[in-house]
Design a protein around this ligand. Structure first.
Ligand SMILES: CC(C)(COP(=O)(O)OP(=O)(O)OC[C@H]1O[C@@H](n2cnc3c(N)ncnc32)[C@H](O)[C@@H]1OP(=O)(O)O)[C@@H](O)C(=O)NCCC(=O)NCCS
Length: 157
């Protein structure tokens, strides 16, 4: 995909893209919570369509087409609710990967957290430890979550 006029905006400014993003997330992550339906995911994402505070979601848009997303949320691991806030739902459409968009989405969430006065931000990942490490995130804890290997990472802001 050629990325034309790519920009990262608040999802609140593009709520029409909520169903597409929810479908991406459902296809990618429903194995983690099989009872969680697409409708639940759609409603939860709609709840992140804010321009301030937490939760807040971002969408990358190219020529009016959504190509990626990332969120800043209170907690992404119910086993670790003492840690907050978290970056979650970092996703780039397959056709737009390996061109720096994921990195830009992560940077946007980090910037938002910093602007909101957050001292430390967390995430968990099963497979992308090296990618996040390259952006300055450090391993906080190695654990398991919903039968998956889970690496909790943190970044000090
Ligand atoms: C993980 C994910 C968000 C990365 O998105 P992306 O847009 O491909 O990310 P980037 O382009 O910033 O970086 C990916 C790689 O492409 C490389 N890259 C970036 N720009 C590039 C360019 N112009 N040319 C070639 N390679 C490039 C990066 O160096 C990086 O390399 P690495 O994997 O060896 O570290 C994406 O693969 C995805 O959505 N995966 C499914 C969901 C997921 O796993 N999310 C993370 C959950 S924790």
């Amino acid at each position: 995909m050629k990325m034309v006029d790519m920009k990262i905006d608040y999802l609140a400014d593009h709520v029409e893209h909520v169903p597409v993003l929810a479908k991406w997330f459902h296809d990618e992550w429903s194995y983690l919570s099989p009872s969680y339906e697409l409708l639940d995911r759609t409603e939860r994402l709609r709840g992140r369509a804010n321009r301030e505070g937490i939760p807040v979601a971002f969408v990358a848009v190219s020529d009016a087409v959504p190509v990626g997303s990332a969120s800043l949320i209170e907690c992404d691991m119910d086993t670790h609710s003492h840690l907050m806030p978290w970056m979650s739902s970092v996703y780039v459409d397959r056709s737009a990967r390996k061109r720096g968009l994921g990195t830009a989405l992560v940077a946007r969430v980090v910037e938002e957290a910093r602007q909101q006065g957050v001292d430390r931000l967390y995430l968990w990942t099963a497979k992308e430890e090296q990618w996040y490490a390259g952006m300055g995130w450090q391993v906080f804890e190695r654990t398991s979550y919903r039968c998956e290997t889970a690496i909790i990472m943190a970044i000090d802001l």
